[in-house]
Design a protein around this ligand. Structure first.
Ligand SMILES: O=C(CO)[C@H](O)[C@H](O)COP(=O)(O)O
Ligand SMILES: [Fe+2]
Length: 224
């Protein structure tokens, strides 16, 4: 089953809960919250207050994507605010094993993210402790960018690494995902699709979610 993770990066922040509930009613399983610090990426977004404001107001998995330096400093606060899943960038962690352990000890699921230029070999040793591997399909920092097709072989590579080791972690793809690019990502092995502009920027949230679901399911039906 493919899961959909609309990213609030493209939502209407003046009516955030309304947009979020539309996505939930349309069947989205995760709510993707992009956290940027102006250092790891050249943009600033939201912090734990926004997670806290949404906690208990929707049933979707609160999926926090930390694009920040020194994520260890903030992990506690995001989990206390209600994050169900916390994803850190391998490129931002000096002691990735320790960081993932901390996330799990504090009671959240642990995800590890890789930029388009980073090799999956970097995370080979910690794969057994990851609940999710996020493969960026754009360079992180902004919504509305074009999907980078060169990441597709990397999705396949991570799919094989997980399958060979019998690890059940999800593979999440993030950046430039829409009804046209979703199929290739799912075909390569992705199981969770993040989409910001294609959902919240579409003007019709339920129809955008339905289109993504159809695109993903078509691949699965062709496979079976
Ligand atoms: O992490 C991100 C950017 O760094 C966002 O989750 C991603 O870009 C979603 O936006 P879009 O679907 O519009 O590309
Ligand atoms: Fe993201």
């Amino acid at each position: 089953m493919i899961k959909l993770a609309p990213s609030i990066l493209s939502a209407n922040f003046a009516a955030l809960l309304e947009d979020v509930l539309k996505a939930e009613e349309a069947g989205a399983e995760y709510l993707h919250i992009d956290v940027m610090d102006g250092h790891f990426v050249p943009n600033l977004t939201v912090g734990p207050l926004v997670v806290e404001a949404l906690k208990g107001r929707c049933r979707m998995c609160l999926d926090v994507h930390l694009m920040i330096e020194n994520p260890d400093v903030f992990i506690d606060r995001f989990i206390a605010a209600g994050a169900d899943l916390v994803t850190v960038h391998a490129e931002a962690c000096r002691h990735l094993h320790r960081t993932l352990s901390t996330i799990k000890e504090k009671g959240a699921k642990a995800g590890v993210a890789l930029n388009p230029a980073t090799s999956p070999r970097l995370i080979e040793c910690i794969l057994p402790m990851a609940d999710l591997v996020l493969l960026m399909t754009v360079n992180p920092g902004f919504g509305g960018q074009q999907f980078i097709p060169e990441v597709l072989p990397k999705i396949r590579q991570v799919r094989n690494m997980l399958d060979e080791r019998g690890i059940k972690a999800e593979i999440q793809v993030d950046g430039g995902i829409n009804a046209s690019t979703a199929a290739a990502a799912v075909e390569a092995g992705a199981t969770v699709l993040v989409a910001g502009s294609a959902v919240f920027g579409s003007g019709d949230i339920p129809s955008a979610i339905a289109q993504l679901r159809t695109a993903a399911m078509r691949v699965r039906l062709n496979d079976s």
